[in-house]
Design a protein around this ligand. Sequence first.
Ligand SMILES: Nc1ncnc2c1ncn2[C@@H]1O[C@H](COP(=O)(O)OP(=O)(O)OP(=O)(O)O)[C@@H](O)[C@H]1O
Length: 464
Amino acid sequence: MESQRRRVLVVDDDQAVQVSLALLLKQAGFDAACADGPREALAQLDAGRFDLVLQDMNFSLQTSGEEGLDLLASIKAAHPVLPVLLMTAWGSIALAVRGVKAGAANFFTKPWDNAQLVDLIEATLDLGAPPAAGRATRAALDAKYDFAGIVGEHPKLLKVLETIAQVAATRAPVLVLGESGTGKEMIADAIHRNSPRRNAPIVKINMGAIASSLFESEMFGHVRGAFTDAKADRKGHVASADGGTLFLDEIGELNRGDQVKLLRVLQDQRYQPVGASRAEQADVRVISATNRELAELVAAGDFREDLFYRLNLITIRLPPLRERRSDIPLLARHIVAGVAESYGLGPVCLAPQALDWLAAQPWPGNIRQLKQTLERTLLLAGKGLLTHADFQATSAVDDNVGSARLGVDGMTLDQVERLMIEQALRQHTGNISRVAKALGLSRTALYRRLERHGLGDAGVDADG
Ligand SMILES: Nc1ncnc2c1ncn2[C@@H]1O[C@H](COP(=O)(O)OP(=O)(O)OP(=O)(O)O)[C@@H](O)[C@H]1O
């Protein structure tokens, strides 16, 4: 039935782009209409029903993209639930990322790959209308889904939970983006727990922690005799996750050589154990996470574009804690209760002023840093009511630790190295990327040193 076909509006001032997109859309079973620029686009959207918009970012000789962002804002204001996909060039990725933060469903680059673009359009339409912030209440979501342990009611968090609810049942790959400590791993757990795969395992792998020489055997396993130490067959992570979920943390750390090996698993769910003569089939759902802007890594040539498109069909952006400050008191009470219980202490309360102080801090290390501050203060203060002054006292201790000069007399080089790493871990609240940067090491080199010094549990990436 003609009226059931989904309608897509293409907004681009380039006739060639209009014609080729309209043709592609028609072949893929959509109805397409075209508009040359913002004014015509808005008029068409007002006049008829559309399910999706493909929107260019530049409509004049000016190529700043501001016009594109303005048009996006106008579309979102008039049609808040209509999904918009932005088209851009790899040179303007930062602009596309701004657009996504401002409400675009996703973006793609020109020249596009036809099959990938149709996949993206389908996935965006399947996701339905982008959840309008605060549409569902936390109680309504909890009645239908298991979001245990994820504390918060801020509209930005509710939007994340709504997206999880929409995608959990599918096997579509999900990319979780967010600063360190914002809860990416918890989100991956929640997707798995609310999916039909919940009774099979979720296997978590930190891509920054696998040495490249071991990538294939770790991920895909090996057969006996494949190399000198291969005394027996060994199952890899992909096989262990069969029927379940594969969580690829720090996906931005994967080198290009290993990226292509992963692509195959995503493309046709097949992998080849090292030394095996045949490829095996795997039934896995892939969730990946990173605190880096993956699209920018693609633009810089460090991340394969084809793998990026496979991973980012559905992207969940977790807000940093400073953008959901109203959740800080709730989180703080929840965390303090948990810490007090784990140390076998009686109930501990937070004074109203202490909650105000906590809610006003910048928290660059996000929820993980909040947790560490609460735990330390609770243990140092050792009483049932934590006040504003208790927190100030602990942060003063932290500052002193941060600025103390290293007394390295009589220490071996190895001991000095360990001390410096410990100090950097404290200063950067265990954030591996920042610690590595501060010490001038690659993340892999830092992981090797953490392991050598027995500090494996110290880093935030190693404590999940
Ligand atoms: N909404 C939340 N409610 C309660 N606790 C949370 C929430 N989000 C995160 N946490 C806690 O914060 C800590 C950090 O979360 P998690 O490890 O999932 O972050 P991450 O974004 O994966 O960090 P990284 O990028 O460093 O790997 C964990 O201890 C987690 O339990």
